[in-house]
Design a protein around this ligand. Structure first.
Ligand code: MG
Ligand code: MG
Length: 265
């Protein structure tokens, strides 16, 4: 069942989403060689609680931490550990916050120092595909149009689009209907409606789209051990147009990067 949100609920969801954005912005300055994912997790948990929020992932389905930290060939759902980050790593940090009854849930893949050019391109294309997917979340379109747009863009670069994991509706539950695959057919799936809030999250592999799960019961890795990228935003459909509730601007500010992500008006 898809739970539509009214304007007041969407504003409350924006607050939760922005708490995640601020947490990722705080972490952006901490991601460097030598720091451990476990340390990032501790910093994030303290930061979220200081804002009055609750870490959204901690204990969810039994997950042991506040962040999912997925390195290099890990796609998503990596468990923070004490292996220090190394120059050339990439790390997807996925974070959830529960505040005022609503969840925020978004993710960014960070570069640790200097990364290989082909990896850098994977990150750029995956982030671009997130915004291409968001642009397809508009009146008259269906859920499949979002996945179609993401898939077409990523496959045109020869990348693998993960099938087993998908985006989702977001609200009082972390995972609501509908599922939002990063692949699909034009004009397929549920009709998009005002009041839908979706977590759109392309998970894109440099090589094969195939993935497998590690023995820890959580971490998903690529079938060929090549790197994987992951970016996620929370997006509401308002007056037929996508409104991005989360932002990467705190990250850009911390990293001294231009704030030039697309705005949908
Ligand atoms: Mg997420
Ligand atoms: Mg999500």
């Amino acid at each position: 069942m898809i739970v539509l949100k009214n304007a007041e609920e969407i504003e409350r969801m924006r607050v939760s989403a922005q708490m995640v954005s601020k947490t990722l912005g705080m972490l952006a300055s901490e991601v460097k060689p030598g720091v451990t994912p476990l340390r990032l997790d501790q910093l994030a948990e303290a930061f979220i609680r200081d804002m009055g929020g609750v870490p959204g992932f901690l204990g969810m389905y039994g997950f042991p931490n506040s962040l999912c930290t997925s390195l290099n060939e890990q796609v998503v759902h990596g468990i923070p550990n004490d292996r220090p980050l190394e120059e050339g790593d990439i790390i997807s940090i996925d974070c959830g916050v529960l505040y005022d009854e609503y969840y925020g849930d978004h993710a960014y893949t960070f570069e640790v120092g200097e990364v290989a050019p082909e990896t850098k391109q994977l990150l750029e294309v995956t982030k671009a595909s997130l915004y291409i997917g968001i642009e397809a979340m508009k009146r008259g379109n269906r859920v499949g149009d979002i996945g179609y747009a993401i898939q077409r863009h990523c496959e045109s670069h020869g990348y693998g689009v993960v099938r087993e994991l998908v985006g989702h509706g977001l609200g009082k539950k972390l995972h609501e209907d509908p599922q939002v695959p990063n692949y699909g057919k034009r004009g397929s799936g549920k009709l998009l409606q005002d009041g839908m809030v979706l977590a759109i999250e392309p998970m894109i592999n440099l090589g094969t789209h195939r993935v497998r799960q590690l023995n820890d019961g959580w971490s998903i890795i690529t079938g060929d051990k090549k790197p994987s990228a992951h970016f996620e935003h929370d997006v509401a459909l308002v007056d037929g147009r996508p409104v991005v509730l989360s932002t990467f601007d705190y990250i850009y500010e911390a990293l001294g990067l231009p704030k030039n992500d697309p705005v949908f008006v």
